[in-house]
Design a protein around this ligand. Sequence first.
Ligand code: HXC
Length: 515
Amino acid sequence: MDQKLETLQQMRQQSRQGGGAARVEQQHARGKLTARERLERLMDPATFQELDPFVTHRTADFGLADRKFLGDAVVTGWGRVEGRQVFAYAQDFTVLGGSLSEVVGQKICKVMDLAGKTGCPLVGLNDSGGARIQEGALSLAAYGDIFLRNTLYSGVVPQISVILGPSAGGAVYSPAITDFIFMVQGAGQMYITGPDVVKAVTGAEVTHEALGGAAAHATRSGVAHFVYQSEDDCLAEVRRLLGFLPANNLEDPPLTPTGDPADRADPELHRLVPDAPNRPYDMREVIRRIVDDGEFMEVHQSFAPNVVVGLGRLAGRPVGLVGNQPDHLAGVLDIDASVKAARFVRFCDCFNIPLVTLVDVPGFMPGVDQEYGGIIRHGAKLIYAYAEATVPKVAVIIRKAYGGAYIVMSSKHLRSDMNLAWPSAELAVMGPEGAVNIIYREEIAKAGDQGEALRRKLVAEYQEKFTNPYIAAGRGFLDDVIDPAETRPRLIQALAMLQDKRDSLPAKKHGNIPL
Ligand code: HXC
């Protein structure tokens, strides 16, 4: 027995070495952690339990017969994050560049299935040269098996992807199907084809980082939801995000006790929104003043900043916050903002996270580029997402709620549960200047020299009629008009009232969201 135990220990030891000391050194020299070091940082201390450490690839071709590594190019298993069970895999770049072999695919699918069956989140740490070239179709098939599971478990358990190295070719599509993508600046790169292919096909010269680095995906493509400067910070933030999420779609999100009083009023909110309707302010400041302890985990911080989305807590319960951002493009809804907010709304709805929407929106973005780019179908996604969502939905109109954007942003008409407004709210088909120019064009033209004076008078009349919340409140489209200082307590009361809300959709296979 002793000898058998010794063999076991030796094999375990060997498996822990990944691709060997030289490769580990290379990995460290690049400022990157190894797969196991990453998992240690992701999980609570000493909780990670590895699966399949003795699996090896089955390829004898292309010189691989004698190059087997225990565990092959991925470390898989489960552990705990703040005491809650989480499954994870970490691609091991020290073994054949973390490339995805048939058995690597099988190992990953095994933890995905366990995560699905036990109802626990899945975190994938990606650092891989993609499909294992020596395995051809076997490797491609393995990707297919992973994509299938990403899709089947979407909306069942939270899935988080962390890009800590290359992620090239079709390999990017597993992260793309998951709920959130984290990237580390300078280390993670995602693209369908690398710079060489881009040059051959299009003639354009571009670096790896410019094409698929974290900055590109955080600001331009919107592929990355979170970007950090170091792996340590990144993995700490993955843990923080998990703290807002339920383990699966059948659970409520976890309660986090707070010392922040539920009845805390904040008179500073009176002066935060400027009186002049076109003056900007930072919606994130409003959010931070409302949520528990000012803690707001913003998603997609640098992409489509005209809408702000993220997670916070009210009286200890996680909420998804969506706010128009007057500080950027006056908070207009354009293509990117619509898609960003729609995806976030759907995520929250999947995982029983109530939605709090803060409205200050002048409308949808006009323009040829926006029309040709499909603002109609992209804007429709946000309507669809809000209308379909059955989680508790609470909205506060802070200032503008114009046109179609009024309806989109969690209006009563899309079955929002509680709609409040500050006294500064303005609900109208459009802003006063535009409205007067359309409905009184002829009168103003006929007035000649007096045209400007007439226009100003008409604008004032329009403002008096529409730039207040009371017509909508008189119809019940708003449930109440509140003192801004009372926003936090009123939201907490509304969400407490809605805590056991049940709502459903007509029976169907699935809807056809305008993709
Ligand atoms: C097999 C691979 C590999 C791969 C890297 N390696 N990628 N082995 N299949 N896909 C091996 C290398 O041969 C090398 O092995 C070791 O990993 C380290 O790789 P290096 O090239 O030395 O590292 P580096 O210089 O850092 O470059 C990393 C890299 C580069 C940028 C990822 O290796 C690369 O371009 N790899 C190929 C990327 C790619 O095109 N993959 C296919 C994408 S298409 P040794 O023997 O030295 O230890 C795809 C399809 C998916 O994935 C489809 C899904 C539907």
